[in-house]
Design a protein around this ligand. Structure first.
Ligand SMILES: *Cc1c(COP(=O)(O)O)cnc(C)c1O
Length: 363
């Protein structure tokens, strides 16, 4: 296969999903598997479903269409709040969406009536991360109006933490969400079956004794894909961190100075690179670059290889102390962080290669 390409070990993703689902299940928490960092890759969704997730969450309609076209049969949750301009497509395509605007809910209601659909929603509450969500003080009034909209079924409350503001979720946030749900249920006589409080940043909270038992739904992407919780990015016990590997080809391999010799200006991306003088080093040029991947999010599989930097089409690495010996035309492989994975998934230049497709059946 032409380089660069991304291998996707589906058995590792299935295993990671199973590990996270089992953890959550033991605390009565249902898991929606989030495929957005793979641009809605159908093989990845299948692996997650085999691993026991109960539905698939995505942030983009294009990805949901891709999954459906590939024959993935499950319920789909739209994680990014729907655009006012796209409500018809949303009610026709997804089973449930996360929401925070009444005008959008009204439009969803109209579209659902028009096409004869019922549309399920989870209302998002702002608990401090300052991305999507209804301020808690507005929630009751919001709910009162939303609950009267025809063809809209309010399934529950949710919150999202860590992703934007880096707010570390704690028991206080979860108890606040559970308390708000209880208040809504009591004051408005509604039933809220889903309380969706967690993403991969909340894994450590799940076992906590102070955590409200009312939280019963999690939307998990990174912990399944990359095997890490997202507060400290620590490997999660019993999961693989290398389900995805990026492979690139060595285009040039030469001994050159570690420091540029003349006066320098900005690099191609407006940065002023810094260099350490190590004398002459063995430098390899690879055929993957900033257009395809977040260079800072790559870790060479060969621990003796050091990434020196990248431009749009090249990655430059120091292989002087490499464990392996390399030649032009051979490959180097890299682990990816979330940002690098997202970019590699989005780049049409990076081919995707699922591996271990023949899996033993899991019970
Ligand atoms: C992306 C996303 C998730 C998944 O987050 P991870 O950190 O990958 O687990 C969950 N909820 C919402 C609303 C999201 O946008």
């Amino acid at each position: 296969m032409a380089y660069p390409y991304l291998t996707i070990d589906l058995s590792k993703i299935q295993h990671n999903a199973r590990t996270i689902v089992n953890l959550c299940r033991s605390h009565d928490i249902e898991v929606t598997g989030v495929t957005k960092a793979t641009c809605g890759n159908p093989d990845v969704a299948m692996a997650m479903l085999r691993g026991g997730v109960s539905s698939i969450g995505e942030s983009r309609m294009e990805n949901i269409h891709r999954l459906k076209a590939a024959g993935i049969q499950t319920s789909f949750m739209l994680l990014r709040v729907p655009p006012l301009s796209g409500v018809e497509e949303v009610v026709k395509t997804v089973d449930l969406s996360l929401n925070s605007e009444l005008s959008v809910l009204r439009a969803l209601s109209q579209a659902a009536q028009g096409s004869g659909h019922k549309h399920d929603v989870i209302l998002m509450v702002e608990l401090g991360d300052l991305r999507e969500g209804i301020p808690p003080e507005d929630l009751l009034e919001f709910m009162r109006e939303a609950s009267e909209l025809p063809n809209i079924r309010i399934k529950g409350l949710g919150t999202n933490l860590a992703c934007f503001g880096g707010v570390v979720p704690n028991e206080g946030h979860m108890n606040r969400l559970a308390g708000l749900a209880k208040e809504v249920e009591e004051k408005l006589g509604l039933q809220l079956p889903l309380i969706s409080g967690l993403n991969s940043s909340g894994l450590e909270l799940i076992g906590s004794k102070e955590m409200s038992g009312k939280i019963n739904h999690a939307r998990i992407g990174e912990a399944i894909l990359l095997g890490r919780e997202t507060i400290h990015r620590r490997p999660w016990p019993g999961t693989y961190q290398d389900a995805f590997l990026l492979h690139a080809e060595i285009l040039e391999l030469k001994k050159k100075p570690s420091m540029p010799i003349v006066e320098r200006g900005e690099d191609a991306f407006g940065g002023l690179p810094t260099f350490k003088d190590d004398g002459d080093i063995e430098r390899a040029l690879l055929n993957v670059g900033r257009e395809d991947v977040t260079v800072e999010g790559l870790t060479p599989l060969d621990s003796g290889v050091t990434i020196l930097g990248g431009s749009s089409g090249y990655l430059v690495v120091d292989v002087s102390r490499a464990k392996g010996s390399y030649r032009v035309g051979e490959e180097l492989s890299f682990l990816l962080n979330y940002s690098a994975l997202l970019r590699a998934s989005t780049s049409e230049y990076v081919k995707k290669r699922p591996v271990n497709e023949m899996l033993p059946k899991e019970s």
